[in-house]
Design a protein around this ligand. Structure first.
Ligand SMILES: [Fe+2]
Length: 375
């Protein structure tokens, strides 16, 4: 054995035998910059050299130390290197959960009513946009975009988007529907992006709808939320429900609630589920918007609120998808007496008026504002 080899094995033995500084084989390996397997191989070699009388140090047994690290089952095996747990300590976990839950509760309470300030006096209109399904071959895309451009251009109009902006047929049983598509996914989302960019300055509430939620549930990311966030509209976007209170400069307010779905639809009365909601869950809203069922209807219900009579408008929106293969196959009743209804709010009188058609509503809105000296 050469002097160099002797020095090398002495150095190896010094580190190998130092269980205080290098309690595991992994520590020895790290100190020598070799792998744990090489450490073990070297140890076997050094022991043999020592036993055969060569001038190399004796190596201690590391088995006893290893057994104290992993005592369970030590009769059968030992685990020499215990990895650090990757989980945070449970105290840290608890703090993170509590902080997160409290932030969520604050967000929830704040979002139960979003205040929007209308920046001009006098009457204004709010148009309800039905289920869009912009990439469906049976959708009135021209009409949908015309409506959006009109809303964008009119200085006293706002809009509520009730959801299902795209078909987004990505779930298994609807995948077959997608095979009929003439539009790529990418083009569909480009259409939605453009549509939202046109409406963004006028949106007061936007719901995702179950078709958009499939992206969120399948991929864990709410892409539509990101789009609205980019326009600063995160607060008025939600997967389930948005309630907004529109405050006019004279101090009068009108409150809208938008949901894609309500419980208890009726085959005979398109607005049945919303009526039930108004009777059971009403919290002072002037307008209650719904979507999802692709039929349209309207109801007016008188409520007493703080000593004052208020007329609540329940508006079930239909769909821009007017040629609906699924509804045809399943024999759903087609019933869309109107497509884009509108409410007019008159802050000076506290009145809310309902119009089945936004274009008729715009005529009345313009006339009213002129008569009241606002035009
Ligand atoms: Fe829909």
């Amino acid at each position: 054995m050469t002097v160099m080899e002797e020095t090398r094995w002495e150095n190896f033995a010094r580190i190998y035998n130092d269980v205080t500084r290098y309690p595991t084989i992994g520590d020895v390996a790290a100190a020598l910059d070799i792998s744990p397997r090489t450490v073990r191989n070297h140890a076997v070699m050094v022991r043999r050299l020592h036993e055969s009388g060569e001038a190399v140090p004796a190596l201690i047994s590391r088995k006893a130390k290893a057994a104290t690290v992993a005592p369970i089952g030590e009769k059968f095996r030992t685990i020499e290197t215990l990895p650090e747990p990757y989980e945070e300590p449970v105290e840290d976990l608890l703090k993170r959960v509590i902080d997160g839950n409290e932030r969520f509760a604050t967000h929830h309470h704040q979002k139960s009513c979003i205040d929007l300030n209308v920046q001009f006096p006098g009457p204004y209109g709010v148009v309800g946009l039905p289920d869009h399904h912009l990439n469906n071959i049976g959708t009135l895309v021209r009409r949908a975009f015309d409506d959006a451009y009109v809303i964008n251009q009119h200085p006293h109009l706002f809009a509520v988007g009730i959801g299902d902006w795209l078909d987004n047929f990505i779930v298994g049983f609807l995948e077959r529907e997608r095979r009929k598509d003439i539009m790529s996914h990418s083009d569909a989302w480009r259409l939605a992006e453009h549509y939202i960019s046109v409406l963004a300055p006028k949106m007061i509430a936007a719901i995702s709808g179950n078709h958009m939620d499939w992206t969120t549930s399948a991929g864990g990311v709410d892409v539509l939320k990101k789009m609205f966030d980019d326009y600063g509209l995160g607060p008025i976007y939600d997967t389930d429900q948005v309630r907004v209170r529109m405050n006019s400069p004279n101090g009068e307010s009108f409150t809208h609630i938008a949901r894609h779905k309500y419980r208890g639809n009726s085959r005979f009365n398109s607005v049945h589920a919303i009526t039930v909601w108004i009777l059971e869950n009403w919290q002072g809203e002037d307008v209650v918007w719904g979507g999802h069922i692709h039929v349209a209807g309207h109801t007016s219900i008188e409520k007493q609120w703080m000593g004052r009579s208020r007329i609540v408008h329940g508006i079930q929106l239909g769909a821009y998808k007017t040629i609906d293969g699924y509804a045809k196959r399943e024999a759903f009743r087609a019933n869309q007496p109107f497509l884009t209804p509108m409410t007019i709010h008159v802050p000076e009188t506290g009145e809310t008026m309902f119009f089945e058609d936004m274009y008729r509503g715009i005529q009345v809105l313009d006339m009213l504002r002129k008569q009241m000296g606002y035009a």
